[in-house]
Design a binder for this molecule. Structure first.
Ligand code: NAP
Ligand code: MG
Length: 404
């Protein structure tokens, strides 16, 4: 069978530990045999980031701006222990943070739904995608431990000398204060990323805040979303047969529980932090979650939602067998290949991505899976495969499907 040709390279960001091992097996078994892969390779493994003073991370993000589509392996975010383990020159920043800042993007996370891995919420039939705003609010707040009686004020001093002042509280005794901010530009980017992604995936978009209580702060989020929607997206949404709607956060939470899924839920930073953990654990596991960073001007970076699975890697290094789930990493590849195919008008590439996803799901539904899934499945008598054999089993399913 002739290999599928690509027109434009994918930006490929290699990573660390167990996911780096999986990365190579996935390419050897599921990509190279079928696609004449064109990729611009960046090694984001910690050793090479250290060697290049992290320049490689920046370069990979610039390449993503240039080509439009990237696929990323999980990477180590250094902490004190990693400083000694890898003999680092500096505690390099999180690559995801660096790439997100350059692309100014929003992260969308969605579960991969498989029969036999049932969500805890029994009426959830389709995935729920969480879009989390990744700037500001409590994550960039300043706080004061109030020592005793006194007056707390909120003061803005304009560059033109204008002063706006509000009394927060007249304290009779000790307490606490917090000052949060956000910027219109970041909220606008967030809104556009959400609207673009909704159009892209043909899913209705929900957005919720607490604007009834927060009449300026949260209301600004609500207004910016509505204004951008009305001016730039309403007609496109109508044409695609999808909706945008705003509701209060408490109403959204209640509706999500009663829904059957199949929509995007845009969340402010804190809500997204909390709700994405709820959604992923209720759907089954972090190893079955995809994650894509979408910039407001339509650049895409696909990855797995989990980390480098360090514990399994140490077992692997000791020569012990591992059974690490590669599904989210495979779906990062299929997401990127499908998007590349869509942008380049190469339908063969898009079809291949669909087939590889179907083959992955079918392999699990046929009872062949990694240990993490075997522990939570409702299926009886499943076969637990090691990391490599699971990927090989997917290849076998895929070859069968392609031969049909
Ligand atoms: P992790 O890699 O997500 O793994 C935590 C635990 O979750 C694993 O020990 C394993 O549980 C389970 N798990 C996660 N992914 C799995 C998979 N694909 N298959 C089977 N089990 C899986 O988190 P971590 O160990 O806390 O972090 C390791 C490194 O990853 C850190 O250096 C962190 O900086 C980095 N990280 C990177 C990203 C990213 O690049 N996007 C995201 C998060 C963390 P059991 O051990 O019980 O089997
Ligand atoms: Mg969290």
């Amino acid at each position: 069978m002739a290999k599928i040709q690509m027109k434009t390279p994918l930006v490929e960001m290699d990573g660390d530990e167990m996911t780096r091992i999986l990365w190579k097996i996935i390419k050897d078994e599921l990509i190279y045999p079928f696609i004449d892969l064109k990729s611009e390779y960046y090694d984001l493994g910690l050793e090479y980031r250290n060697e290049t003073n992290d320049k490689v991370t920046f370069d990979s993000a610039y390449a993503t701006q240039k080509y439009g589509v990237a696929v990323k392996c999980a990477t180590i975010t250094p902490n004190a222990a990693r400083m000694t383990e890898y003999n680092l020159k500096e505690m390099w920043k999180s690559p995801n943070g660096t790439i997100r800042a350059i692309l100014d993007g929003t992260v969308f996370r969605a579960p991969i739904v498989v029969k036999g891995i049932e969500p805890c919420v029994k009426n959830w039939k389709k995935p729920i995608t969480i879009a989390r705003h990744a700037y500001g609010d409590v994550y960039k707040s300043v706080e004061i431990d109030v020592p005793g009686a006194g007056t707390a004020e909120l003061v803005f001093t304009g560059e033109d000398g204008q002063v706006i002042k509000e009394t927060i509280h007249k304290f009779d005794g000790p307490g606490v204060i917090q000052g949060q901010h956000n910027i219109d530009k970041s909220i606008e980017s967030f809104a556009r990323s959400c609207f673009n992604y909704a159009l892209d995936t043909k899913q209705t978009l929900w957005f919720a805040t607490k604007d009834t209580i927060s009449k300026k702060y949260d209301h600004t989020f609500k207004d910016i979303f509505q204004e951008i929607f009305d001016n730039e997206y309403k007609e496109k949404f109508d044409a695609a047969g999808i909706e945008y709607f705003y509701t209060l956060i408490d109403d959204a939470v209640a509706r999500v529980m009663k829904s059957e899924g199949g929509f995007i839920w845009a969340c402010k930073n804190y809500d997204g932090d909390v709700m994405s953990d709820m959604i992923s654990s209720a759907f089954g596991s972090l190893a079955m979650m995809t994650s894509v960073l979408v910039s407001p001007d339509g650049k895409y970076e696909y990855e797995a939602a989990h980390g480098t699975v360090q514990r399994h890697y140490y077992k692997h290094l000791k020569g012990e067998e591992t059974s690490t789930n590669s599904v989210a990493t495979i779906f990062a590849w299929t997401g990127a290949l499908r998007k590349r195919g869509e942008l380049d008008n190469t339908p063969e590439l898009m079809e291949f991505a669909d087939k590889l996803e179907q083959a992955t799901i079918k392999t699990i539904e046929d009872g062949k899976m990694t240990k993490d899934l075997a522990l939570i499945t409702t299926m009886k008598d499943v076969t637990v495969l090691n990391s490599e054999n699971f990927i090989k089993a997917i290849r076998e399913t895929l070859e069968g499907m392609l031969a049909e």
